[in-house]
Design a protein around this ligand. Structure first.
Ligand code: NAI
Ligand code: MG
Length: 363
């Protein structure tokens, strides 16, 4: 059966980079024998909010839950709808209600991109940040007391469950196992956060025992962040709690100069619900409507999607991986030769870059 993909372009440049993402997605899927069934929806955008006073229709959950994946652009149009409304009313609902507990961000130094770190060559930096996406520090347990007085007290608890910690760790160890170097680093801060982080460390040790072929270590997140900058070569898979992972997953791509080209996967690895694939960047109202946005993050996100879909039970994991690798190679080729969008110092349009990547794929 074909993989069912819900397409949600969103707002601003989301609607401009999505066609290029779809162009490359369809081509790569066809070449590698991965049948897709795409269905586009016109919600999760400011226009829907204007017309209906909400970001999503009431039955969004039932409508989307049967899909294998959601291919997402970017949401947000602050002139029309406040950002906390657009994000909490759509994207963050998907992540939470579809239990997308693993957030993946690949970090690669790409050819032709001037990274901020001196002396690094493509190949030197190639790691994966795995962020826990559902619990940890981002809980709504807490409150305020004595507001406005000198006794004012504000409390917000971090929540770590055995279920939540073990599943993200297992997912990260499994990913490490599939990579050539088979290494994993767990972010901790057990010297300062003396209850939850020692627990996290304990679980890392317990889960590590299930993966004897993975070499692992743990590092306090402060020095770990410093090493992203000083010694990025040493990392392969980095797993972290929600807050630490949030920070590390922006720092990582920043270290390669590709924050604006960074892709991400929000996975429900159990495949009970759809997983979501999206660029890290937002809807960029400042450049929207000009056709100059860089489509690479959207296209790279399609590569992550095909890789994940290929690993479904009964699907063709080798084909998914090959499609992923072919897309990344095509992106690298176009970064070497051009054309480039303005953010990379070129003059090309969104569409020209999408077409060049498709051509590099052999389209
Ligand atoms: P942004 O990522 O949209 O833009 C930040 C800067 O990067 C802007 O100068 C923009 O022009 C540039 N930029 C971003 N993507 C680019 C691309 N593909 N090519 C070339 N330049 C690019 O972040 P910002 O400005 O903080 O947020 C704008 C809107 O996007 C807000 O409504 C925000 O809530 C929303 N947003 C949505 C996200 C999502 O859907 N996942 C993530 C981040 C922001
Ligand atoms: Mg972030």
């Amino acid at each position: 059966r074909p993989f069912r993909i819900a397409v949600l372009p969103g707002d601003g440049i989301g609607t401009e980079v999505m066609p290029e993402g779809l162009r490359v997605l369809k081509l790569a899927a066809a070449r590698h024998g991965l049948p897709l069934e795409l269905q586009a929806f016109d919600w999760a955008c400011a226009d829907h909010w204007l017309r209906h006073g909400r970001m999503l229709p009431e039955d969004w959950f039932e409508t989307l839950r049967g899909f294998d994946a959601i291919y997402f652009g970017a949401v947000g149009w602050p002139a029309v709808v406040p950002d906390h409304v657009s994000l909490w009313g759509s994207l963050l609902k998907f992540r939470r209600d579809f239990d997308q507990y693993a957030n993946l961000r690949p970090v690669r130094l790409l050819p032709g991109v001037r990274g901020p770190l001196a002396g690094k060559q493509p190949g030197d930096i190639d790691f994966l940040v795995v962020r826990e996406n559902t619990e940890g520090e981002y809980s709504s347990v807490g409150g305020r007391m004595f507001e406005g007085s000198e006794r004012e007290l504000v409390l917000q608890e971090a929540v770590f469950t055995r279920h939540g910690v073990d599943r993200i760790l297992r997912h990260a160890f499994r990913l490490a196992q599939q990579r050539p170097r088979k290494r994993l680093t767990a972010a901790t801060k057990s010297n300062g956060i003396a209850i939850s982080m020692p627990y996290w460390d304990e679980r890392v040790e317990a889960i590590a025992a299930e993966f004897p072929d993975v070499q692992w270590d743990r590092q306090h997140v402060d020095i770990l962040a410093a090493r992203f900058v000083l010694q990025p070569e040493r990392f392969d898979v980095v797993v972290a709690s929600n807050l630490f992972g949030d920070i590390l997953s922006d720092l990582g791509p920043a270290c390669t100069g590709t924050l604006g080209m960074a892709p991400s996967a929000n996975l429900n690895p159990d495949r009970r619900y759809p997983s979501l694939f999206e660029p890290v960047h937002g809807s960029a109202p400042d450049i929207a409507g000009q056709g100059i946005a860089n489509p690479i993050a959207q296209i790279w996100s399609a590569a992550l999607m095909l890789d994940f879909l290929g690993q479904a039970p009964g699907a063709d994991a080798a084909a998914g991986r090959a499609a992923h690798d072919a897309i990344v190679a095509a992106i690298e080729q176009v970064l070497r030769t051009g054309p480039r969008t303005r953010d990379l110092g070129g003059h090309a349009s969104t569409r020209e870059v999408g077409e060049a990547i498709a051509a590099a794929l052999g389209g």
